[in-house]
Design a protein. Structure first.
Length: 690
């Protein structure tokens, strides 16, 4: 690190003082002040008169090396070593010139010889520590800087070196996700340098990574000892509150940071706080205001990567993924090593339905930023999506008509590429009635294939058979399903298809061998202002000659996104061509209207070793033909635990009195268990690396 090299040069200047002549004081002063160009000219003139002066040659070489000609300086020190073999001062300067040339491997070997021969030499020990630090060999670097401090206790240059070694070591620990060790290193720094800004910023960043917003705020608060640092702290508070999903509060901190920065007048801080304010606008879904603010900032900072990143982020939030990709590409044109650009474009490609380019981008990110947590997490998410998994579901249901059922489903999914995947399913169901003593069993076996033939369109096909054995009948029937999923427009999802199944709600219905051919469509429209609309339509023809029309529509509003809290109004309409009440619920006209609230933390959003959950509550009225309206309710809950990215398990329960098998007075209860295990952590197929 350049900080460590520069610290060491201060020590080396002292040799020019101790071995030099008094008439070279002006050159020494130039070196000490960092006026290397002047020092180079001064000592060059001295050497015209005294070409063999050791001090002048040494200081001239130092001036060259520090004035952007390290290769020439290294050559001069090499020549001096031949002229003065074994001269320790020249050896030290030669070693440092290797650092100037970033030749850390040779510097390590050379310094090791020096510290072996001179174990009590403070500059040798410190130089070796700094060399090891540049090689990111932090434990050894920390050992040798501590040895240097034993030789020269409390030496300010060594203390500063140790600070930066610890910062580098802590960063490495963060890469390894050993956050506790990283915090301990930073706390050691704060013993040496209380309220050190660099250390506290690193500490706050770790707490942001670990989603400990209050601790991050405490670090920012400790750092805020002046106006400039208070501005940085306010911006940090905003990010901490965003991490804690309190975006309203984050906005307030961002506004405070902008106001204080404007008052302070530092252009760099004004730009930084404006960027945080725009982020807060995006977090709070104030997209129009964010767009206008970005446009204003772009006038001041055209083609600035910070503004491009904000524009890309806005595009991601608004589902304008093509625009985000273009912004990230421009960032990478400006800086091919940009973390925001490389990981950002990976996320954008994935969101745009292009996993192959997402793989390429995230692998490039990890080549540049080895083990970086966000990139590793994103790659793990991709790998889990395309790795094989087995899923087991088992449940039990009963109703007030004394019908009960036991069922289980086993599924094995194995992706063959990012476009193709296959699956097999086995389902067992047994239903019986305690009053009639009638029962039925069914065994379903199905194979499925999925093909993503366009980033916005996929096709699924399922073919199988069901074997049924009931109290009065045994038969087999073919099961078929084929459907398309598409994203016809931004924020819109369409599913349309055909499904053939067998009616098997209870034993009597299963015994009838009624097959149903369903044509259906699901359509969901989301918006950037939290309002959404879902519609489902089924047209069903049955083997008994009956027909059914089913329409379900839901208008909902999302109050929060983390965890999800939404509510709205549902409406359902069912109409059968013929009434067959003695066999199954088949009204000529059925209407249901209800209000609902949905509270959800999805398993995908849950951290490893944490719970996820869902709760859906609905209440309303149903109208069955010309009968009086009946009050309805529906309760559905799920509680799960995410053991790792590869293993999740949950239990669920459902209770409802909405009409289904009988016209009135019906209640239905179901509960069950689900286990999903990804057999491998990576895909079985070879993913695209570049």
């Amino acid at each position: 690190m350049k900080y460590l090299i520069n610290i060491y040069t201060l020590i080396a200047f002292m040799y020019c003082y101790t071995i030099g002549a008094q008439n070279m004081q002006e050159g020494f002063t130039n070196l000490e002040k960092g006026e290397f160009a002047k020092a180079e000219v001064f000592f060059k003139e001295v050497l015209k008169t005294y070409p063999d002066n050791k001090t002048a040659n040494l200081c001239y070489a130092r001036a060259l090396g520090l004035n952007n000609d390290p290769e020439k300086a290294n050559e001069l020190f090499s020549d001096m070593l031949e002229q003065y073999p074994g001269d320790f001062e020249i050896e030290l300067n030669y070693a440092e010139s290797l650092l100037w040339n970033k030749n850390y491997t040779d510097a390590k070997s050379y310094y090791y010889t020096l510290v072996t021969q001179h174990p009590e030499s403070f500059p040798a020990l410190l130089g070796y520590a700094n060399t090891l630090s540049n090689l990111k060999e932090y434990p050894e670097a920390l050992d040798y800087v501590n040895r240097a401090l034993t030789v020269s206790p409390k030496n300010p240059n060594a203390m500063v070196s140790r600070k930066y070694i610890r910062l580098g070591y802590a960063a490495k620990m963060v890469q390894m996700r050993d956050y506790e060790s990283a915090i301990n290193l930073l706390d050691d720094n704060l013993v040496d340098f209380p309220n050190d800004k660099d250390t506290l910023l690193n500490k706050a960043n770790i707490y942001l990574i670990t989603k400990e917003g209050d601790k991050a705020k405490a670090a920012y608060q400790q750092m805020a000892t002046n106006t400039a640092d208070s501005i940085v702290a306010f911006s940090g508070y905003a990010l901490a509150d965003h991490i804690d999903t309190n975006d309203k509060k984050a906005m307030l901190w961002a506004i405070k940071a902008v106001a204080l920065a404007q008052k302070h007048g530092d252009e760099k801080l004004i730009k930084q706080t404006n960027e945080r304010y725009i982020q807060a606008l995006i977090w709070n879904r104030e997209y129009k205001a964010a767009e206008e603010a970005i446009a204003t900032e772009k006038l001041k900072y055209p083609n600035d990567n910070g503004m491009l990143a904000l524009s890309a982020t806005l595009g991601m939030y608004r589902s304008d993924f093509k625009e985000s990709i273009a912004d990230y590409q421009n960032i990478l044109v400006n800086d091919s090593l940009s973390f925001d650009g490389n990981l950002g474009i990976a996320n954008a490609h994935f969101a745009d339905g292009d996993p192959d380019n997402a793989y390429i981008a995230v692998n490039k990110t990890l080549d540049i930023f080895e083990s970086q947590k966000d990139a590793v997490t994103f790659l793990e998410k991709l790998n889990i999506i395309y790795s094989p998994y087995i899923e087991e579901k088992a449940g039990y249901s009963y109703d007030n008509g004394d019908n009960k059922a036991y069922f289980s489903t086993t599924s094995l999914h194995f992706p063959l590429s990012t476009k193709w995947s296959a699956a097999v399913h086995y389902r067992y169901r047994k239903t019986e009635n305690n009053i009639t003593g009638r029962s039925a069993e069914s065994n379903d076996a199905k194979g499925a294939v999925h093909y993503q033939f366009h980033p916005k369109v996929s096709f699924n096909a399922v073919l199988g058979t069901t074997s049924v054995s009931s109290f009065n009948n045994s038969y087999s029937q073919v099961l078929v399903e084929a459907f398309f999923k598409a994203k016809p427009f931004k924020l819109q999802d369409l599913e349309a298809g055909y499904k053939r199944d067998v009616q098997n709600f209870n034993a009597d219905l299963t015994d009838q061998e009624i097959t149903a051919d369903n044509l259906y469509m699901n359509y969901n429209i989301s918006t950037n202002f939290k309002l959404g609309w879902f519609t489902q339509y089924f047209f069903t023809t049955q083997s008994d000659g009956n027909q059914r029309n089913l329409l379900f529509t839901s208008l909902y509003y999302s109050f929060f996104s983390q965890p999800v809290l939404k509510g709205g109004i549902n409406y359902q309409y069912i109409s059968f061509k013929e009434r067959v009440p003695e066999i199954y619920f088949s009204p000529k006209r059925f209407n249901l209207a209800e209000v609902f609230v949905d509270f959800l933390k999805d398993e995908q959003a849950a951290e490893n070793k944490s719970i996820y959950y869902g709760l859906n509550v609905a209440a309303g009225y149903q109208y069955i033909e010309k009968d009086e309206k009946q009050g309805t309710y529906r309760l559905q809950a799920k509680l799960g635990y995410k053991f790792s990215s590869r293993l999740v398990a949950d239990i669920y329960g459902l209770h409802s009195n909405i009409a289904s098998a009988t016209a009135a007075g019906f209640t239905y209860t179901e509960f069950g268990f689900r286990l999903k295990w990804n057999i491998t952590g990576t895909p079985l197929f070879k993913t695209i690396k570049e």
